[in-house]
Write a protein that binds this ligand. Structure first.
Ligand code: ZN
Length: 252
């Protein structure tokens, strides 16, 4: 009994091998699929407008295109291309293939393409899975460039003697409001050759032009000049007004 089962098993395998060999022999058409408009993801998930394209022997006269067992169209002259919309078919797994005929009605078969038609909403969802992380990165960069300097810049008014030589790092600028030079923060909004930033001395926001070092040193020297001219001490009332003025901008 056992021997009989083994013999049967071998017979079945041989039959299958022969059948697949015969099938491969008859497979004279090459079927390819291309996306015309829509979504084509990994693992064969597709949605939208696609084309089936067949190439075959020179005597190929007509090609019938199939989705599962349904013929969806026949093309009687080269190029043997047929466009279809996945939305016109039920969602799920499908087999795409073509059957060709020569002028003498000899039949050719094609390879089979396995695909999974997904609903339009799902393809949108898949597209969003790509778009959303990109948006997160973009907004993250904006956050770094604008919000963090805003927060870090708060109450950071440095007390530096007038005319002191300072380091400017990558770029330095001169405040258009109080005319004192300072290092421009790395993470700040670029406006062409200017950076939108907060002056650490007067605390006011403005577009500060990036200046060459020579200009910055000149501005340091200019500070000394004001220091000499400045004789009047600020009264308490003036100081209070100045603080109120500053706090108005700090609310930004
Ligand atoms: Zn300033």
């Amino acid at each position: 009994m056992k021997k009989y089962q083994i013999a049967l098993f071998i017979a079945v395998i041989v039959c299958l091998l022969t059948a697949s060999f015969a099938y491969a022999q008859a497979e004279k058409l090459t079927l390819k699929m291309s996306r015309d408009f829509g979504y084509g993801g990994l693992n064969g998930d597709i949605q939208g407008l696609f084309s089936m394209k067949v190439t075959g022997p020179a005597d190929l006269a007509r090609v019938a295109f199939y989705i599962d067992s349904t013929e969806i169209g026949e093309v009687t002259q080269a190029p043997f291309n047929l466009q279809f919309n996945t939305d016109n078919f039920p969602v799920g797994q499908h087999e795409l293939y073509a059957v060709g005929y020569s002028s003498s009605e000899q039949q050719y078969s094609s390879n089979v393409i396995n695909v999974n038609f997904v609903p339009a909403s799902e393809s949108t969802k898949a597209a969003l899975q790509i778009v959303v992380p990109v948006l997160v990165i973009v907004f993250g960069a904006i956050l770094l460039a604008v919000v963090i300097p805003l927060v870090m810049g708060r109450g950071k008014i440095k007390e530096l003697p007038l005319g002191a030589e300072r380091k400017y790092g990558l770029a330095g600028g001169i405040c258009p409001k109080c005319h004192r030079p300072f290092a421009l923060p790395l993470f700040s909004m670029n406006l062409g050759l200017s950076k939108f930033t907060r002056c650490p001395y007067c605390g006011k926001w403005s577009a500060v032009r990036i200046q060459p070092l020579a200009k910055l040193r000149e501005a340091e020297q200019a500070e000394l000049e004001w220091g000499r001219g400045e004789v009047k001490e600020e009264t308490d009332e003036e100081k209070l007004n100045k603080n109120l003025d500053d706090s108005r901008y700090q609310g930004l």
